[in-house]
Design a protein around this ligand. Structure first.
Ligand code: ADP
Length: 383
């Protein structure tokens, strides 16, 4: 990199200013790096803590171009951004990480699956379809999961199709049909690759979903898996980042099947919900790792300091409006409980409003405390 990150005029930009951007800024402060944020919402979680905040549409070419052209390094906290503008910015010498061509690939679940197939990365068999008619044509492939190729997130854009009667709820849009995986566990590995080519990965974590919301509710670190499974998960994550030549952190979501096979589900080229616990419970947080990676600095140690459970604080069902966090004060009386409140002014059912990391030398004890915290902290509206 031509300009050093500690020069007074060095500018690091992020497209998206949600909670991931906010937690990234918290780490960037430690190295005194100024962070410039572009987000459509003037009240986004990062707005109050960014060095410079600009309100604007991250999917609009001109807005991204004019924001990005003054940056030395530009990164993202969400994949749904204008990639054409990022490619142009790369051409004029802005360091855009992750690289725009990789963001383009990850935006499309069909291209992701083709990438795994091409590089021999284990993943569930799949078919690509253009519209609802494709469901009928693939009856013999059932049971499968229909996923919109573009635009889905947090389980939105994903439908399980087990029988012909499920066709009705199917999406009428370009989709991936992925063979249904009868998994034992969902795992995730965060891996990082620096602009110098150095690669480091965090130990695998185990995810437990809220069945109603299809969102991660609890995360357990480390995952309760055999050394062999850990090795398979690590190898898949490293193979993917090496093949992509991605710069930054990459979250790799995995399935562990009942017969011990590890398959990649999907990837996200940025800090991720499955790495929040690294802030307190690992030698290096995923946000600091991302910063190190995109600045070409040595990557940090990824070992766990202590077992932990991460609990997402989701807006309680039935409440919408100005938020209140009942039970937060009581939870602070418990040793090893670290709440993170994202600063969103209004709640709605299952909105990600914050998270809590619980640390304990015993993972079982951490699980008990996390359950207690879940019952204590209620994200509701004031009226
Ligand atoms: P999103 O991008 O919205 O998070 P995912 O592709 O990760 O979507 O799917 C959401 C969830 O749906 C997964 O975490 C998993 O629980 C379930 N799921 C996805 N693909 C499959 C599959 N092939 N078989 C069984 N369950 C799946």
């Amino acid at each position: 990199m031509t300009k050093s990150f500690y020069s007074a005029d060095f500018k690091l930009g992020i497209l998206g200013g949600g909670q991931l951007g906010r937690m990234f800024i918290q780490e960037a402060i430690n190295l005194d790096v100024s962070v410039h944020i572009l987000d459509p919402d003037a009240n986004a979680p990062s707005a109050k803590v960014a060095h410079h905040f600009q309100q604007g549409d991250i999917t609009d070419f001109d807005t991204v171009w004019f924001f990005g052209k003054d940056m030395d390094v530009l990164t993202i906290e969400i994949e749904h951004v204008n990639v054409d503008a990022l490619e142009k910015l790369e051409e004029i010498g802005v360091h855009v990480y992750p690289q725009p061509r990789l963001i383009r690939m990850v935006q499309d679940k069909g291209l992701q699956k083709e990438f795994y197939a091409k590089h021999g990365i284990p993943t569930s068999p799949f078919r690509l379809i253009e519209s609802k008619d494709g469901l009928n044509e693939n009856q013999t492939f059932m049971p499968f999961v229909q996923k919109l190729r573009k635009g889905g997130y947090d389980g939105k854009g994903v439908q399980v199709i087990k029988t012909e009667t499920d066709f009705e709820k199917g999406f009428d849009a370009p989709s991936v049909l992925e063979k249904f995986v009868d998994f034992e566990k969902e795992l995730a590995v965060i891996v990082a690759r620096s602009s110098t080519g150095e690669v480091k990965s965090f130990p695998a974590v185990e995810l437990e979903f809220n069945p109603e919301a299809n969102l991660v509710e609890f995360l357990f670190s480390p995952a309760n898996i055999s050394a062999e499974t850990e090795e398979k998960a690590q190898k898949i994550a490293r193979d993917i980042i090496e093949r992509m030549q991605l710069v930054g952190v990459l979250a790799v979501e995995l399935f562990l099947t009942k017969d011990g096979t590890v398959l990649v589900n999907e990837i996200a080229p940025r800090p991720h919900n499955s790495g929040h616990q690294t802030i307190e419970a690992s030698f290096t947080s995923q946000y600091e790792q991302h910063l190190r990676a995109i600045l070409g600095l040595p990557l940090g140690a990824t070992a766990i300091i202590m077992p932990s459970v991460m609990l997402n604080l989701l807006g309680e069902n039935g409440y919408a409006g100005p938020v209140t966090y009942n039970g937060l004060t009581e939870s602070l009386e418990i040793a090893g409980v670290y709440p993170h409140i994202y600063g969103k002014s209004t709640t709605k059912p299952f909105r990600k409003m914050g998270h809590v990391t619980v640390m304990n030398p015993s993972l079982d004890e951490a699980k008990k405390t996390a359950q207690r915290v879940k019952e204590l902290i209620r994200v509701q509206s004031q009226s």
